[in-house]
Structures are given as C-alpha cells and as structure tokens.
Design a protein around this ligand. Structure first.
Ligand code: IMP
Length: 179
C-alpha cells in the first residue's frame, strides 16, 4: 500500500469483478441501440476504460470535465463545465460514468446538461457513492460500491492530482491533507 494511505477500502480484484457486473447490467439495458458512453474526467478515467472494454454493446466514446474541486478535499463551490463533449448527444442514449457521487451537485449539473442538450435518455453509472454526504436529492442508476465518509484516492481518484494511478481505492491519511 502507498505510504500516504491509511487503508485499502476496495481492492483491485473486487473493483474488477464489480465493473464486470456494471458492464453486464448496461449490456442488458442497451441491446439494439448504440449509446454514447461519456467519461467525466479526470476521476472516472480508470472506471470508464475498464467499463466500456467489459461491455459487449457497441458504444461511442466521449469525454467531458465537470469539477468543483481545486486542490482540496471538499468541493469549492458550484460545479463548472471545464471541458465540453466532442459530439452532439441530441436524440442519443447516453451512459455517464462517474467516479463518485458525494454532495450530488456534480451529478445534478450533468443531468441538467444532458437534458438541455436533448439526450434521449441518460443512464448514470457510478463507481462510488457516499450517501452520508449528500446535499441534493440525486442518485445514480447503478452504483458499484457504497462507501463511508472518508477521503478516498486511487483508481482515478486524486488528491491534488496525485494517487490516480493506484490500482486500488484507499483512504488517504488525514495528516497528508491536513498538513
Ligand atoms: P459532488 O459534486 O460533491 O457529488 O462531487 C463529486 C466529485 O467530487 C467527484 O466526481 C470527485 O471528483 C470529487 N470527490 C468527492 N469525494 C471524493 C473523494 O473521496 N476522493 C476524491 N475525489 C472526491
């Protein structure tokens, strides 16, 4: 385990098994259509690439970035769209891969974004959910893991842009972000 981490919360094998289940669930939902799978950068990148490779359904890939974090462990305000999609989602079935639903504000922003752009449907798949921190009433359609309120890093999740490449999800040591 990385020296800055307190404990591994979800191991690499457990993540891989659950991502297969998420992919199978999506395959069951989308047989017959070609959805656009959207990765919300950067935290969802590992989850997204594993998820779409585990799917049997034909999908198109697109990328956007919505963020309310600076180099902090708590959201620093209203989520902002920092990078737009490459293509139109008008009339399309959209799959959105999220890393974590925390206060829920990012997900509300994204739900509004896809509704305004005329997506035919939106299916949200999140790697993690921290329901104890929710500030707005919103949820994903498929959640891989429900987690306690701790600051987590790894498998795409960062603190100040670090730890994204850890293959597991771990709780960051408090003294690392409080110092
Ligand atoms: P929300 O808008 O508060 O739901 O925040 C969602 C975003 O906050 C996620 O997409 C993450 O980028 C970030 N976030 C929330 N909790 C954590 C965490 O424990 N570790 C790393 N990033 C987090």
């Amino acid at each position: 385990m990385h020296k800055d981490c307190e404990k591994i919360v979800i191991g690499a094998e457990e993540i891989a098994a659950r991502v297969q289940e998420a992919a199978a669930w999506l395959d069951g939902r989308f047989c017959g259509s070609v959805p656009v799978a959207v990765c919300n950068l950067k935290g969802s990148v590992m989850f997204f690439t594993d998820l779409v490779r585990a799917m049997k359904t034909d999908v198109e890939l697109d990328f956007m970035a919505v963020s309310s974090y600076g180099n902090e462990t708590v959201a620093a305000g209203r989520p902002k769209i920092k990078k737009h999609l490459f293509s139109s989602v008008q009339g399309r079935d959209v799959i959105l891969a999220e890393d974590i639903v925390d206060t829920g504000r990012t997900l509300v922003t994204l739900r509004n974004f896809f509704a305004e752009r005329g997506a035919k449907s939106l299916t949200v798949v999140t790697l993690l959910d921290k329901p104890s921190r929710r500030k707005v009433n919103v949820s994903a359609d498929f959640t891989c893991f429900v987690v306690e309120d701790a600051f987590l890093v790894g498998y795409g999740l960062d603190y100040a842009e670090r730890y994204r490449n850890l293959p597991y999800i771990a709780a960051l040591r408090r003294d690392v972000y409080e110092s």
